[in-house]
Design a binder for this molecule. Structure first.
Ligand code: SAM
Length: 225
């Protein structure tokens, strides 16, 4: 995958890029770039924002600044590329969308700041708008990291064990339910026992127990549960 993130704070992503699964993706051929809107702004003194038409608090990121950043990176050859605006009002991010994006050869995430981004960016420059939840962050960087993290760990070679991604929360193997509970040594700690079935050595019973717990957790997450 070729993944670009546009941001006012590219250095924030140094930590992200150092994570093992991200390094694994890069080693397996993915390319990641963290691009600074200020590096290509057509305005003087690194300006990227302006006051909102109609008045109101705060500043808005300008459409010409975002367009210039995309032009510098892609010229006119953006056809087929998913260009995603991170915004609280976008499509809610979930496992299905992570899988969908992981199938894309090219992906761009646009981080907003301030009061947000001129609406013409969403209308004319983006293919998608994504929210990571019904709350407001100070900027799109953490939201982009959440999306990039969830998407990249789906790529072949990202995880140490390919099996880790096969039977995990929301996977088809677990019928879309959250994962079952895990336990490790010691078998008793402060009187808290590990369920007997996990110590039984009976793989079929363990499998059944895990899937049952997973279904229970799914039911607990149902709206109104
Ligand atoms: N004024 C906007 C509103 O009320 O919806 C909030 C703007 S927020 C302070 C600045 C930027 O953070 C947004 O442009 C977006 O890129 C990002 N952001 C904040 N919350 C987000 C969320 N839940 N999901 C995705 N991006 C988010």
């Amino acid at each position: 995958m070729q993944l670009d993130v546009f941001t006012l704070f590219p250095h924030w992503f140094e930590w992200f890029e150092s994570q093992r699964h991200v390094r694994n993706c890069i080693a397996a051929g993915s390319e990641l770039r963290f691009l600074d809107y200020r590096a290509t702004t057509p305005l003087s003194a690194g300006q990227v924002d302006d006051s909102p038409y109609g008045g109101g608090a705060g500043m808005v990121m300008r459409v010409d600044v975002v367009d210039a950043a995309l032009q510098a990176a892609y010229g006119d050859s953006r056809a087929g590329r998913r260009i995603v605006l991170m915004t609280p009002s976008g499509r809610m991010f979930d496992e299905d969308l992570a899988l969908e994006l992981a199938a894309e050869p090219e992906l761009t995430l646009l981080c907003g700041r301030y009061e947000g981004v001129d609406e013409r960016v969403r209308e004319h420059l983006c293919t998608d708008a994504i929210s990571i939840g019904r709350y407001v962050l100070a900027g799109g960087e953490l939201a982009a990291m959440v999306v990039a993290d969830a998407v990249l760990r789906k790529l072949p070679g990202a995880l140490g064990h390919a099996d880790s991604a096969r039977e995990e929360s929301f996977s088809a193997d677990l019928e879309g339910n959250p994962e079952y509970p895990h336990y490790t040594r010691p078998p008793v700690y402060r009187g808290w026992d590990v369920p007997d079935v996990l110590l039984s050595g009976d793989h079929e019973r363990v499998r059944e127990w895990r899937h049952e717990r997973s279904r229970e957790r799914g039911a607990q997450q149902e709206p109104g549960a």
